[in-house]
Design a protein around this ligand. Structure first.
Ligand SMILES: Nc1nc2c(ncn2[C@@H]2O[C@H](COP(=O)(O)OP(=O)(O)OP(=O)(O)O)[C@@H](O)[C@H]2O)c(=O)[nH]1
Length: 408
C-alpha cells in the first residue's frame, strides 16, 4: 500500500513538471522580435511604419474639422475647349527669286571698256600728242583743246598743261611708258583726293542712314536710285526705298520694281501727293523695319529755282524730324556737259550736296566732266553710271578711272 501511494505522488509530480515545460516553450515563441539593431533593407530605404490598429477600449481620435462645401461652391474643372479645327495651310505663292547684285568692289575695272569714247578722245588723244617728236606751241595748243573738248574745264586744263610742260622738259627724251606714267600721275592729281565713301551705315541709336537722291528729271535719277539700292544690298545693307517723286506714277512703279528685285520695300504715296510726306513715311518705315539705309528718290520736275528750293527744302526739313540726313547725292547726266554744271550750281544753293553721281559716262567722250564738276562744286564724285544694266553703277576710284582712260 505504501508503494502505491509513493507511485501516485511521483506520477503527479512528473505530470506537473511536464506541464510546466510546455507552457514556458509556448511563451518563448510569442515574444516580438527585437527591433533595435535590425539590419536596413538593401538600398537604405526605410518603409513607413504601418499604423497601429486601434485596440478596443482606446479613446477614438477627435474628428478633423473639414469645411463642408455646398454644391454651388464646388469649383468645377474648366470645360476643355473644343479642339481647334485644323485649317488647310494657305497655298504658298511662288515668290520670284531675288537678284544677287554683283559685288561693288572692282566694278569700275570690269566696266572700263564702257569708257571707250572718252578713252579714244581724252586718254589716247593726249598720249598721241605727247608722243610727238617735237612738242611745239601748236602741239601744246592741241593738248589744251583736247582737254577742253572733254569738258575738263578751263582752269584745270591750264593747270594740267603747265605741269605737263614743266615735267616733259625735265624728262628730256620720252618713252611711251614714261609719258603714260606721267600723264596718269597728273590726271589723278587733278582729280584730287577726297572722301568718296557713302554714309549709308545705320546710326548707333539704331536709326537708319538717310540718303536723298536729287537732280533734274531725265538725268537717270530713278534708275540711279534703283542701282544704288542694289549697290547697298550688295554691300550687305538692309534698304528701304522712298518714292518721293510723286509727279510721275511710273517713277514710283519703276523704283518699286528695282526694290522688288533685291527684296527692298518701297514706300510710295498717291500720284501728285506731297513728296515730303512720302519721304517722312519712308524714314518711319525704315526705323520700324530696322533698316540700315533709307534711299529717297526726289522729284526734279521743277522749272523755277524758287519752286525747287521750296520743295527740296521742305523734303529735307520734314525728313530731319527723324534726325539729320546723311547724304544728299546730286545726279548729273555726263552727256549734257556744261549744262549739267549749271544745274549743279542751282541744286548746290538749295541743299548741301555731299556727293555727285555722274551718269551716262558710257555714252560720252566728255569724261573730263568728272574733274570739272568736282572743282566747280567742291564736292566729290562718288559714283559713276556706265550703262543701263542693273549693276552698271560703280564707286568712283580716280586711279582706276584714269587707268581706264589712258590704258595700262
Ligand atoms: N547709257 C546709260 N543710260 C542711263 C544711265 N543711267 C540712266 N540711264 C538711262 O536714262 C534714262 C532716264 O533715266 P530715269 O532714271 O528714268 O531718269 P529720271 O531722272 O529719274 O527721270 P524722271 O523720273 O522722269 O524724273 C533711262 O532710259 C535710263 O536707262 C547710264 O549710266 N548709262
Amino acid at each position: 500500500m505504501e508503494y502505491v501511494i509513493l507511485a501516485v505522488i511521483i506520477a503527479v509530480v512528473a505530470v506537473g513538471a511536464i506541464a510546466g515545460l510546455v507552457v514556458t516553450g509556448r511563451r518563448r515563441k510569442t515574444l516580438p522580435p527585437k527591433s533595435s539593431g535590425a539590419p536596413l533593407p538593401k538600398g537604405g530605404v526605410v518603409a513607413p511604419p504601418t499604423p497601429r490598429e486601434p485596440q478596443v477600449g482606446e479613446e477614438a481620435a477627435a474628428p478633423t474639422e473639414e469645411p463642408v462645401q455646398t454644391i454651388e461652391e464646388v469649383q468645377l474643372p474648366p470645360v476643355a475647349e473644343a479642339a481647334p479645327t485644323v485649317e488647310e495651310p494657305p497655298a504658298v505663292e511662288e515668290l520670284p527669286a531675288l537678284d544677287v547684285p554683283e559685288p561693288t568692289a572692282g566694278r569700275l575695272v570690269r566696266l572700263r571698256s564702257r569708257l571707250s569714247r572718252s578713252q579714244n578722245s581724252l586718254g589716247k588723244g593726249l598720249l598721241t600728242l605727247l608722243s610727238r617728236e617735237r612738242l611745239d606751241e601748236d602741239t601744246w595748243e592741241e593738248i589744251e583743246e583736247t582737254l577742253l573738248v572733254a569738258d575738263v574745264g578751263v582752269t584745270p586744263t591750264q593747270e594740267l598743261v603747265d605741269r605737263l610742260r614743266t615735267r616733259v622738259k625735265v624728262l628730256g627724251t620720252r618713252t611711251p611708258e614714261e609719258l603714260r606714267g606721267l600723264l596718269h600721275e597728273e590726271l589723278v592729281t587733278l582729280i584730287g583726293e577726297a572722301d568718296r565713301s557713302l554714309k549709308t551705315a545705320k546710326h548707333e541709336d539704331g536709326r537708319p542712314a538717310v540718303v536723298l537722291v536729287v537732280g533734274v528729271n531725265g538725268v537717270g535719277k530713278t534708275t540711279t536710285s534703283g542701282k544704288l539700292g542694289r549697290v547697298l544690298v550688295a554691300d550687305g545693307r538692309k534698304v528701304v526705298l522712298g518714292a518721293a517723286d510723286t509727279f510721275r506714277a511710273a517713277a514710283a512703279d519703276q523704283l518699286q520694281t528695282w526694290g522688288e528685285r533685291v527684296g527692298a520695300a518701297t514706300v510710295r504715296g498717291p500720284e501728285g501727293g506731297d513728296p515730303a510726306s512720302v519721304a517722312f513715311d519712308a524714314v518711319k518705315e525704315g526705323i520700324a523695319e530696322g533698316a540700315d539705309t533709307v534711299l529717297i528718290d526726289t522729284a526734279g520736275r521743277l522749272h523755277t529755282k524758287t519752286g525747287l528750293m521750296d520743295e527740296l527744302g521742305k523734303v529735307k526739313r520734314v525728313v530731319e524730324k527723324h534726325g539729320p540726313v546723311d547724304e544728299v547725292l546730286l545726279v548729273l547726266d555726263a552727256t549734257t556737259g556744261q549744262n549739267g554744271l549749271v544745274q549743279a550750281r542751282v541744286f548746290a544753293e538749295v541743299v548741301d550736296i555731299t556727293g555727285i553721281v555722274l551718269t551716262k559716262l558710257d555714252g560720252t567722250a566728255k569724261g573730263g566732266i568728272v574733274i570739272a564738276v568736282q572743282r566747280e562744286l567742291g564736292v566729290p564724285v562718288k559714283l559713276i553710271g556706265l550703262g543701263e544694266g542693273a549693276d552698271d553703277l560703280a564707286p568712283f576710284e580716280p586711279a582706276a578711272f584714269v587707268d581706264a582712260l589712258i590704258g595700262d
